[in-house]
Ligand binder design. Structure first.
Ligand code: IFM
Length: 466
């Protein structure tokens, strides 16, 4: 059955500064943790493509914004790079600020609403060297950075976000040691997660202060974006499986949802952490800071569900408590290139969870997309990539969004991740997400894929067709 989306449902693109801009030494930009890792060990990056390149958005932003418009998109999320906006003394870097003003103006001229995010895993190296998110001084520095950004762009931007996927750095850098500095320490993961939550709350406070002081437009809104993998366990779970589900859902999802709706961290999670002697350092006054963390709305990045079961052993190889083991669902359909399960109904289940548990919080799908390797295999004679798999992926997710809205979820819009192929951290350009191809051998030239034509029509008609 053909499904439709509400006429006022918004449709746009999600990308980020560090993954698109390139021009890593222009404007006196400072070094970021990604540049540092690239300099230290370029072989860690797919095809040795380090952080420096992005997709050349810095040079091509005007064409790219027009391109989004030609696809009928009405909005575009990107992020300011802390390393480009501020100098080492926390003062505005005029050349960096100028670049973002140009991007914002160009979007305005093309009637594209910019959704501006402040942080996308891109810590300045001089602050990382002071301990990064492990250090409260850096939390304060982030609040200062947010204040400077609100003052500089407050009259121009309507939609602000403090963080993209604040769960990812604690996981990737500190718990599982996948990203530089490769730490495998569950306690540090919690400490960093806690400090990022403080940083988020302080930035929201700066937002309201700047609004009161007249730096920010009256209709501006502040939000948080996270990847919420809806958690599932086995069909006939044991009490231990359900306990694993509670704590994983608590740490990954409810932690942020409670913070942004109620202004505190989930009590049951804190109790479990206490039981295992894993509480982060909690200072007097922190509870008051968390109260500031409530937001106007939420961005929900959805790629895959999380399937878990009770852990087989109590401790992992590093001697840290294990709350769960992965559960391999026999019916899972996989995106083999990324190793992520494709489960479109998860987007609906999240919508229903929101309706039931956080009914006052409006949200939008802030990222959703499919990364595929070696897409040149799918080129037709005219040279266009026939990405029918991507059309099917988006279509199925949109259908479940339409159903969630019908059933009462307050989902206001959809941003496809990486509309234009971009650099994806240590995977670099391995998995392409774009509806638009970037030709790395030919001056980053953009070329529409089949999915771009398809989405153009879906957005125009708000009807989800084949
Ligand atoms: O590229 C990332 C993005 O930075 C955050 N969300 C997931 C994307 C795809 O891996």
């Amino acid at each position: 059955m053909t499904k439709t989306l509400p006429q006022n449902f918004f449709f746009g693109a999600a990308m980020s500064g560090p993954q698109t801009e390139g021009a890593y030494t222009k404007d006196n930009r400072l070094e970021s943790i990604w540049d540092t890792w690239s300099n230290l060990s370029i072989s860690d990056f797919y095809n040795k493509v380090g952080s420096y390149v992005g997709n050349n958005f810095y040079e091509k932003y005007e064409d790219d914004i027009k391109l989004l418009k030609s696809l009928n998109m009405d909005s575009f999320r990107t992020s300011i790079q802390w390393t480009r906006l501020l100098d080492i003394n926390g003062k505005i870097n005029p050349d960096g600020a100028n670049f973002y003003h140009k991007v914002i103006n160009c979007a305005k001229e093309n009637d594209i609403e910019i959704f501006m995010n402040l942080y996308h895993f891109d810590m300045p190296t001089y602050l990382f060297n002071k301990g990064g998110w492990e250090n409260r001084e850096v939390v304060e520095a982030y609040a200062h950075y947010a204040k400077m950004a609100f003052r500089e762009f407050g009259k121009e931007i309507k939609y602000w976000f403090t963080f993209n996927e604040p769960i990812v750095e604690p996981d990737q850098r500190y718990r599982h040691g996948v990203w530089f500095p490769f730490i495998k320490n569950a306690q540090k993961g919690i400490n960093v997660q806690y400090n990022i939550s403080l940083a988020h709350s302080l930035a929201v406070n700066e937002f309201y202060k700047a609004k009161e002081q007249g730096y920010i437009r009256e209709d501006a809104k502040i939000g948080l974006i996270n990847c919420f993998a809806p958690p599932y366990t086995k069909e006939n779970p044991t009490p231990e499986d359900l306990e694993a589900l509670r704590i994983e859902d608590g740490i990954n999802n409810r932690w942020w949802l409670d913070l942004v709706t109620e202004g505190h961290l989930p009590q049951d999670v804190l109790e479990t952490l206490k039981q295992y002697n894993m509480l982060p350092e909690m200072r007097p006054g922190d509870e008051e800071i968390f109260k500031l963390g409530k937001v106007d709305w939420l961005g929900f990045n959805y790629y895959h569900p999380s399937r878990i079961q009770a852990p087989k052993e109590k401790y992992d190889a590093n001697g840290h408590i294990k709350f769960s083991d992965p559960y391999v669902w026999p019916e899972a359909k996989m995106n083999i290139y990324r190793g992520w399960e494709i489960y479109p109904k998860g987007i609906y289940d999240f919508g229903m969870k929101m309706k039931k548990e956080y009914p006052n919080l409006k949200f939008f799908v802030s990222e959703n997309g499919m990364g595929v390797e070696h897409e040149h295999r799918f080129r037709n004679e005219a040279g266009e990539i026939q990405d029918d798999y991507r059309i099917e992926f988006i279509k199925e997710h949109l259908e479940w969004i339409a159903k969630a809205i019908e059933d009462g979820a307050q989902c206001l819009g959809y941003h496809y991740w990486g509309v234009i192929d971009n650099w994806s951290w240590n995977n670099a350009f391995k998995n392409r997400y774009g509806l638009v191809e970037v030709d790395l051998m030919n001056d980053y030239q953009r070329k529409l894929k089949k999915s771009a034509h398809w989405i153009q029509n879906v957005i125009k008609t708000k009807t989800i067709t084949d």
